[in-house]
Write a protein that binds this ligand. Sequence first.
Ligand code: FAD
Length: 326
Amino acid sequence: MAKNTLDNTFSRRTLLATLATSAAGVAIADTSLAGTRVPTSAAQINRWDITTDVLIAGSGAGGISAAIEARRAGAEVLVVEKLNKLGGSSAMSGGVVYAGGGTALQKALGYEDTVEAMYHYIAGAGRKHPHLDKIELYCEESVAHFDWLVENGVPYNKLFNGAKGLGFNEASLYYSGSEQAWPWRDQYPPVPRGHVPWEKGHQGGRKLMESLLMSAHKLGVKSLKRVAGERLIVESDGRVVGMIADVNGERKTIRAKRGIVLACGGFIHNRDMVKLYAPELYDCSAPWANAGDLGMGIQMGMGLVRPRYEWIKALLFALFIRLKIR
Ligand SMILES: Cc1cc2nc3c(=O)[nH]c(=O)nc-3n(C[C@H](O)[C@H](O)[C@H](O)COP(=O)(O)OP(=O)(O)OC[C@H]3O[C@@H](n4cnc5c(N)ncnc54)[C@H](O)[C@@H]3O)c2cc1C
């Protein structure tokens, strides 16, 4: 009897410790990761308004490329876009794709490039401590990426532009990097790698997105505008099964039977996130990107990872307290 009372006391203490530390853990997650969007439990959802196989949030190059591949793999695909125009920052961009290692366009214009030369240039010319494994993969897949763009209807003109920077003519290949400058030019023969869709002026991004959106549409990808993903919906085992979205001002639930892709762009228009994660850009007077770059996709993704980690820490801490009490 006495032991039971003691055990009960320990249980209560442990429970209190667990609750206190768990609450602290969640609080840490909320304050240290600005705007984290904690997911909603599927148990709270009593109705699905829309159902699809694969749900993609964001209609820029990332989202539409994922949509094309998911559709080719046989899934029913729905792309939701926060704004009332598809294309994101990708459509505002120059559309320059840094590609090399011997793309069809490089070859057609008489330039010999290798994966090795491309890898050494990016690894050396980028920031300190680059992610070498990612650079390696990017370079190895570069020829295939370029072919993929062409397969999906992005036009390239067999014309080289020798001017410094992105030209206003209709050339599709130019030096978008510093390959011709020392020390890079001494290591490997300089090769142009800036691939620009065939379009006058600086409208390559618009052409890129028109082409990819057309390809997605032909394949049967569905899209909805003015639909903003707000929160992910997760099962108790952690599986992401849907999303709560603002659909023209109304809150709706979207079920994704086979997966969700968050491709909502960056966060340059979210002042709090810029201050916290990119303070060097905070004073920039002209944040230049699509108005939808509010970091919502990143916040939804952060909501999945961090709080669970904090709960594990909290539980371990509670266990530690329990052992100390014993
Ligand atoms: C002027 C300019 C020129 C550039 N030029 C180049 C270039 O030549 N080459 C290059 O490599 N890079 C360039 N960049 C950078 C490049 O455009 C971006 O890195 C790239 O477009 C990002 O693609 P994305 O698909 O991740 O995002 P985006 O193209 O921005 O698409 C994200 C989409 O998600 C939508 N969205 C946001 N939140 C939600 C939500 N909650 N629910 C649903 N939808 C949401 C947004 O409205 C947007 O349409 C340029 C950028 C700018 C601004």
